[in-house]
Design a protein around this ligand. Structure first.
Ligand code: PLP
Length: 412
């Protein structure tokens, strides 16, 4: 029967005839409806950090739903799980004990919240002319309104007419260019700089700490908010809880999603430093952040996040990522011996990619690797193949993942 499911990010004329239906997940493995077992070397879309089918999270979700599925949090209302998860996130994040957390339901709306909050902050502090947001080539910040404007993977921008005119693109790796873009625009008109500490979907690209520190200092100098988009990096992917802590970025906001629940339920949000919360939270302030979603802080999603963080802590999974960083990088780097491979990038933790010459080779490789029982993912312009396995992956499985890539490269 023809499918009625319109897949996101898919060429439906083709995909409707070649759906892959996943019916079960356990640990690092997935099963399709024809019984094929696949090693999920992508952790879904970089989210299944504790692996699939963990009953501890399922039990917590069931218990929360039976008690109170959710109640909205507009105005004075709160549920216990949304208070608990915000306290916990503040205790883990590198923004100090006075940071606050604004919850949503995923990464794209975290970006919308952060972009609106940046502009609202400058209106609240009598600098309404600060409106421009600078983001980076190859950036991916989700696909809501703001994310579509802030992202610079070209195919995601085409066909929608004018995007937000007050968004400017700067280099992802050259801090001089960022400075030029800010100075040309006039720093007094720039509200924020958005950056993934390690670009994910755009190709697994790390600009280096020097770039990040120089841009952060530039932002400080010109009173521009520095927003670290940690939707991928956050909650352990780099071997520390946050890349902002690992690289000492001291951002004004951190956006998060994915790893906060390992994908068991949708949740995301923004961790906001005291400088930005002040005009809204100070005693006597009459300034609202008039923004929010019906499911901001959905109680069952927050309970899933609490259980997920329990699993990460109890099983020592952030340390595990740090321990696996070296064997993962070494295994990935071995692919550089293949003549088709033009680059291998293993910036941190369990984040890596290797790059070939053409997008056609990328398509073939993805299929050949899958034929060997391993799920990988094409990223960037289609010439890079990313691996970002769950934190529970074993060294033996890392070797198998990379061996499948080596064998697939031989078919080119
Ligand atoms: N920001 C980054 C860095 C991402 O990688 C993503 C998704 O991959 C998003 C934002 C958007 O998140 P979501 O797909 O949950 O809306």
């Amino acid at each position: 029967m023809a499918t009625s499911f319109w897949h996101p990010q898919a060429l439906m004329s083709q995909v409707q005839h070649e759906e892959i239906v996943i019916v079960r997940g356990e640990g690092s493995y997935l099963w399709t409806d024809d019984g094929t077992r696949l090693l999920d070397a992508t952790a879904g879309l970089w989210y299944a950090n504790i692996g699939h089918g963990d009953q501890r999270v399922a039990d917590a979700v069931r218990a929360q739903m039976a008690e109170l599925e959710t109640f909205h949090s507009f105005g004075r209302f709160a549920s216990k799980p949304n208070k608990d998860i915000c306290d916990r996130i503040v205790s883990l994040a590198p923004l100090g004990p006075d940071a606050k957390v604004f919850l949503g339901s995923g990464g794209s709306d975290a970006i919308d919240s952060a972009a609106k909050l940046a502009r609202r902050y400058f209106t609240a502090t009598d600098r309404p002319q600060k409106r421009i947001i600078v983001s980076r080539e190859n950036a991916y910040h989700g696909l809501h309104g703001f994310g579509t404007s802030l992202g610079w993977m070209e195919p995601n921008r085409i066909g929608y007419g004018d995007l937000d005119p007050a968004v400017l693109r700067a280099s992802a790796t050259d801090a001089d260019d960022v400075e030029k873009v800010i100075m040309n625009a006039g720093p007094e008109f720039v509200a924020a700089f958005f950056a993934e500490p390690i670009i994910g979907a755009g190709g697994v690209i790390f600009p280096g700490e020097e770039y990040l520190h120089r841009v952060r200092d530039l932002c400080r100098e010109h009173d521009i908010l520095f927003v670290a988009d940690e939707v991928i990096c956050g909650f352990g992917r780099t071997g520390e809880w946050f890349a902002s802590g690992k690289y000492n970025l001291d951002p004004d906001m951190i956006t998060f999603a994915k790893g906060v629940t390992s994908g068991y339920l949708p949740l995301g949000g923004v961790i906001v430093a005291p400088k930005v919360t002040k005009p809204f939270w100070a005693d006597g302030s009459q300034t609202w952040f008039k923004h929010g979603l019906t499911y901001s802080g959905h109680a069952t999603c927050c309970a899933a996040a609490m259980a997920n963080l329990d699993v990460i802590e109890q099983d020592g999974l952030v340390d595990r990522v740090a321990t696996l960083e070296k064997p993962f990088a070494e295994a990935m780097q071995s692919l550089s011996d293949d003549p088709h491979v033009i680059d291998v990038r293993t910036p941190a933790g369990l984040l890596g990619a290797f790059q070939v010459e053409t997008a056609e080779q990328g398509v073939k490789l993805e299929a050949e690797i899958m034929a060997r029982g391993i799920l990988c993912r094409k990223v960037g312009d289609g010439t890079s193949i990313a691996y970002s396995p769950p934190f529970i992956i074993t060294e033996e499985e890392i070797d198998r993942m990379v061996d499948a890539a080596a064998k697939a490269l031989k078919t080119l």
